[in-house]
Design a protein around this ligand. Sequence first.
Ligand code: SAM
Length: 350
Amino acid sequence: MGSLGHLTGTAVQPDRRAGELDTQRKEGVGGTHIPVLFHAVLDGLFVRPGGRYIDATVGGGGHAAGILAASSPAGHLLGLDRDPAAVEAARAHLSSYAGRVVLVHSSFACLAEVARVCHFFPADGILFDLGLSSLQLADPSRGFAFMAAGPLDMRFDPTQDGPTAAALVNGLSPEELAALLYRYGEERQARRIAGAIVAARPLHTTLELAAVVERAVGRRGRIHPATRTFQALRIAVNEELAALEAALPQAVEILAPGGRLAVIGFHSLEDRLVKRFLARESRDCICPPEAPVCTCGHRAMLRLVTRKPVRPAADEVAANPRSRSARLRVAEKRGGEGGKGGKGTKGKGR
Ligand SMILES: C[S@@+](CC[C@H](N)C(=O)[O-])C[C@H]1O[C@@H](n2cnc3c(N)ncnc32)[C@H](O)[C@@H]1O
């Protein structure tokens, strides 16, 4: 396994995960990770025997196992994860495919470099299943869960030097904290929560933070009042949107003509970023509409396979509440027309 470092960068927005509380309850401790939209992903990636695929967020290896099975007997998979514990979990889960798998501890922000070094350039399909895995949520020592006591960490990669959630919570000014909660959590009560945090700090544990937020804004409905605060801190700690912004153009570069890009996002900021990127890269001209002639010289690199995002069906949501907010978008690299035949994933957007 290599370690190719990680880029981190900017910020994202909030999560409208209705049922987050349910999810944390069901997956609270000792959860397993159920891959979301499993068949839609395999279909969208157009996995075929002998193909070469990249899982940029290999996690526990659930989607990766499906890709390896569907690409048998000679398909290969490169799996990346920023979390060294996820890489080890994937290694164990994928042990029966050992000769066909390469696993690398790296951020997908370094995707092109990793793919080159590992000889997965070009690739036939690339998957991003963004965010947090149930394995990470279920381990209180990682600090992602507001339902279990743990340190305020929230780093996907605990070996990274970047700030922990505790450093942000205890170190930012009230204004900075409110801006972070608003920007990455779309938290309407950002100022009130930031004020309460500043008055209560230093805060050291997830439960302390969750209690401070709950005291500040009260509890209404099934969504825990700290959901958006935890999401915002996680996004900021890991600079999740910056990594995604850096990785998407690299994915297009790596894909072979006709190769597929599949991205599962779990909140509006992620999905908006993916949607805009795919829309832009599937258009020839990106000049402003008022421009009389095209001066941009932009050429479409992609063909949209899903015009609307694929959402999980009700039975999947019932079995796996984490899937509730999942949105899958798929595009194909141009230049391979005729090769994939119409086996596209049909958008079922609401
Ligand atoms: C939803 S889980 C993926 C689960 C996986 N598809 C499965 O079936 O088991 C998301 C994973 O992405 C990883 N991750 C988040 N940001 C990353 C990044 N910038 N680079 C690589 N991995 C990242 C997380 O550590 C987590 O393991």
